[in-house]
Design a protein around this ligand. Sequence first.
Ligand SMILES: O=c1ccn([C@H]2C[C@H](O)[C@@H](COP(=O)(O)O)O2)c(=O)[nH]1
Ligand SMILES: [Zn+2]
Length: 155
Amino acid sequence: MAIAFLSAKRSKDPNRQVGACLVSQNGIILGIGYNGFPRGCSDDQLPWAKMSKSGDPLETKYPYVCHAEVNAILNTNHASAAGQRLYVTMFPCNECAKIIIQNAVRCLRSHIFYRKKTEYSTAYVASHKLLSMAGVEVRKHQPQMDQILLKFMEL
Ligand SMILES: O=c1ccn([C@H]2C[C@H](O)[C@@H](COP(=O)(O)O)O2)c(=O)[nH]1
Ligand SMILES: [Zn+2]
């Protein structure tokens, strides 16, 4: 989970940085991801806005951004995500849930388990429903410590 948190720090989304880390059954890191625009699609040419003044959805980030969970699965250095565990900083949306299931990820550990009622309720209710139906073992992550401090000068 700490790696997922660190990965989230790389996101350029000004409102929400999400991180994900896929590990094998014995805890070997296989893929890491954060929310960002697809490779080759410049942050300078695409918007990070949540809403546009004109009301045009194409002037918001939503049609363009790749979700952290999808990036972690796609970035995997292993042929298959089958049987593996995905750590996420935020509960995945329904679109990510579909990809998690279709890639046969077996366990999900989420730092934020339930979203506020006002936030994307349909997507997150559907996500919980799909993951449960598909038998993905989903749990809230229980951290063993409150924080990890990185001091680069100490190495
Ligand atoms: O499953 C998910 C859901 C969302 N994200 C990313 C996509 C966006 O960059 C942000 C959400 O932005 P809001 O401003 O909170 O709408 O989170 C993700 O990576 N995975
Ligand atoms: Zn998603």
